[in-house]
Design a protein around this ligand. Sequence first.
Ligand code: HEC
Ligand code: HEC
Length: 372
Amino acid sequence: MTSTDMRYSILLVLLLTLLGCKPDKNEDPKPDTDLISGNYAPEAYTISIPKWMPPLPATPANELTKGGVALGRMLFYDPILSRDSTQACATCHQQALGFTDGLANSKGIRGQNGSRSSMPLVNLAYNTRGFFWDGRSVDLENQALLPIEDHLEMDDTWDNVERKLRRHKDYPTRFREAFGISRKTELTRDLVVKAISQFERTLISAQSRYDRIVWAKDDFPSDEEQRGLELFFIEYAGNQAHPGCSHCHFNPLFTDNNFHNNGLDAVPNLSAFKDLGRGKITSLLSDNGKFRTPSLRNVALSAPYMHDGRFKNLEEVLDNYSRGGHGVANEDPNIVPFPLTAQDKSDLIAFLKMLTDTSFVNNSAFSNPFKR
Ligand code: HEC
Ligand code: HEC
């Protein structure tokens, strides 16, 4: 044999040995690190709503379960969803402030300024007209996808958030309990936003002083509150112009969830709004400068006001409404000047404060689950 032949035959022997080498049948298979163990026994979560509230729209694609709501609450409060772990959803949506942040423009990670004011998260389960000030998200699931990758908000990537949650010591089990997944790789962004949305749908506020008095009838309004209530709800009395607030902020949600231009900006034409609002989404000129009516439930807690937080307090809001807009083409016809005495103003504010629901802002089911 030549030395080349010899090398070939050595290789051949090696190859045969390798092929013949079968794994030892008695050896345990390598533990599959992707598998999640634990129980999956989902229990339905029923939101209890008082009889004066309308029935909740069904969400067949994401039915609420106890495990799902509990997981959503954790995720909502967990800064793990932001790039540098400094910000949770709850940073900009604080329970004590009706789930807003008290700022004119929300601040993202590293303190960057967003361009809009945080929105109150209240009775969201009723809204079918789109989320955000401009309604650009069709549902809560879609809405929750956005803050994570928004550079001015949490500024992470979904791939990275999925990685962080999959290697976390608790979350995989929690996702299994909520959604019955059996592998960590099945823990995806879709399930994250489903859980968060389930929690958000439980944020029902319907036990304010107003509800106690008007619907439950277990208390009486003060004279001030009663006068404020009438001013708020009566649209016209003879020739006397009235605030007409309830035209858009009506019972029992105190919003129509629709888009209006409520007369904030004096612009020379419909293209000149600094923030186009709804118009940017629909590309309709007539929608420029329109924003979704926010609910006034807990409004006394959620200053400053409007999509850009331009008004510091409710006095400023009322002064502006009483001036009756600026005659811009698409201003809502219900935005008309009305007389507002100092007494009217304090009456209306007394009424707006009746919409504060202390049982909502103190509800331990909505609070930070990591603080005990
Ligand atoms: C940096 C502050 C910030 C963070 C963090 C943040 N939000 Fe928001 N949120 C806002 C602002 C500002 C808006 C209004 C933005 C707009 O209309 O363009 C908003 C709007 C919303 C709305 C729409 C409410 C409505 O009635 O239309 C929901 C729901 C919401 N946020 C949920 C969340 C969730 C869930 C998270 C975490 C995944 C989150 N937010 C994180 C500031 C924040
Ligand atoms: C034509 C419909 C309409 C009428 C009438 C109306 N509003 Fe509004 N309201 C809106 C819209 C739309 C917004 C959001 C506008 C924006 O941010 O650009 C708003 C915002 C507000 C806000 C700010 C809430 C927040 O979370 O920032 C308050 C407070 C308010 N309205 C109170 C009133 C009162 C009080 C009246 C009666 C004097 C009234 N509104 C009449 C549609 C209306």
